[in-house]
Design a protein around this ligand. Structure first.
Ligand code: MF3
Ligand code: CO
Ligand code: CO
Length: 261
């Protein structure tokens, strides 16, 4: 788990990471209009699968990854992450949903997720989702050469906890490239100046999982679905980023995002 296993991407790698990242973002853009009350997460999975395979000529990375049975993760309400799409899980007014998309194009991975609210949002729900996205952006802002991985975790933890939310510790961001999950681990909590030094040419995800209640979680018997122990809501956003000399470049940026990076 040392520094030594962290791949620094070449210009050729980076060109392909940009393509993979754009495709992953485009899946989320495409699926957005389908997310509404009455549709099942199983149907959303099929829509994403068919678009990735038939239109993008890419590969949905989750499918058969360590035995995961579907092409995207769909995490509803108190599900923190790795929810399995299911035809019997029909979205209803008031639900919140994370869709997590990872595509492989030309061997390279792009990994990104966003939150959806079904129907008119309640203020406390909208706030959790907004603060979680801010956590991700604040973390991304720290992805500068010379900074440390702990700087990312620190600002995320600070923002979440100052809003009386908690940070999930057992799941984290990750290096990404030819391999889906590679070094380094990007913890979403930590202390400034600690951990691996961030260097130009690294590509990794920032994907904070923020709970409205306590941080504790459990894995369901399906071996994948992670839920909050207190059954309170959890939110997550994810981007894949490249560290450049000038700062972070978001490889999975969507057209609905106005970002300085
Ligand atoms: N996309 C998830 C991540 O952000 C990983 C999903 S693995 C799966 O790292 F097998 F559950 F799909
Ligand atoms: Co990821
Ligand atoms: Co992901």
């Amino acid at each position: 788990m040392g520094n030594d296993n962290i791949s620094i991407k070449t210009p050729e790698d980076i060109a392909k990471m940009r393509v993979a990242g754009r495709l992953a973002a485009e899946v989320l853009e495409m699926v957005t209009e389908h997310v509404e009350a009455g549709i099942s997460t199983g149907e959303l999975d099929r829509i994403c699968h068919d678009y990735i395979v038939n239109t993008q000529k890419a590969i949905p990375a989750p499918l058969n990854y360590k035995g995961f049975p579907k092409s995207v993760c769909t995490s509803v309400n108190h599900v923190i992450c790795h929810g399995i799409p299911d035809d019997s899980k029909v979205l209803k007014k008031g639900d919140i949903l994370n869709i997590d998309v990872t595509v492989i194009k030309d061997g390279y991975h792009g990994d990104t997720s966003k939150m959806f609210i079904i129907g008119p949002p309640k203020p406390h729900v909208e706030r959790l989702i907004k603060v979680t996205q801010e956590c991700m952006y604040k973390g991304i802002e720290q992805a500068l050469p010379g900074n440390h991985i702990g700087d990312i975790g620190h600002v995320i933890q600070q923002h979440a906890e100052s809003n009386h939310y908690s940070v999930v510790r057992e799941y984290c961001g990750h290096g990404i490239g030819l391999v889906f999950h590679e070094d380094p681990q990007i913890l979403h909590y930590g202390r400034p100046g600690t951990g691996t030094e961030i260097r130009e040419g690294m590509t990794f995800t920032v994907e904070p999982m923020i709970n409205a209640g306590k941080r504790h979680n459990k894995l369901l018997a399906d071996g994948w679905t992670v839920v909050t122990k207190d059954r309170k809501l959890s939110a997550q956003w994810e981007h894949t980023i490249l560290v450049t000399r000038d700062g972070p470049e978001v490889l999975t940026k969507r057209s609905d995002e106005a970002l300085p990076f």
